[in-house]
Design a protein. Structure first.
Length: 123
């Protein structure tokens, strides 16, 4: 039941809670699988030094695991920071914070993907 005050101010449910909750949980479960897989593979290649790490990141499996891990981490981070911003800020600060959160997350993800592509296809 919405009061007239809620109708005027636009307060109330945005109907995005379930979607946000499911995304957060799916990325958490994905990270529970991907992080140990990434760490085991990375640390085993790390014993061979720089060339071993670059060879592992240059392999299709290493690049895929790294890409999936980074993607899940960035989405999970963005959703968590979004929740904190929505809980503790209002008005213009909320809008600015959400915008900066999305921009930072996109920049972080693009930088990581660029680095992976450079390692795989660069010189």
């Amino acid at each position: 039941m919405r009061t007239s005050y809620k109708n005027v101010t636009g307060l109330g449910s945005a109907h995005k809670g379930v979607e946000h909750y499911v995304k957060q949980r799916v990325t958490a479960v994905a990270l529970l699988v991907l992080i140990p897989l990434f760490l085991l593979q990375f640390l085993s290649s790390f014993t061979s030094g720089y060339n071993g790490v670059m060879a592992w990141l240059g392999s299709p499996f290493g690049a895929a695991v790294t890409f999936l891990c980074i993607s899940a981490m960035v989405v999970h981070m963005r959703l968590g920071v979004q929740t904190a911003i929505e809980d503790y800020f209002g008005g213009f600060l909320r809008t600015l914070g959400l915008w900066l959160n999305n921009l930072f997350s996109l920049a972080l993800w693009l930088t990581a993907v660029y680095a992976l592509i450079s390692i795989n296809f660069g010189s």
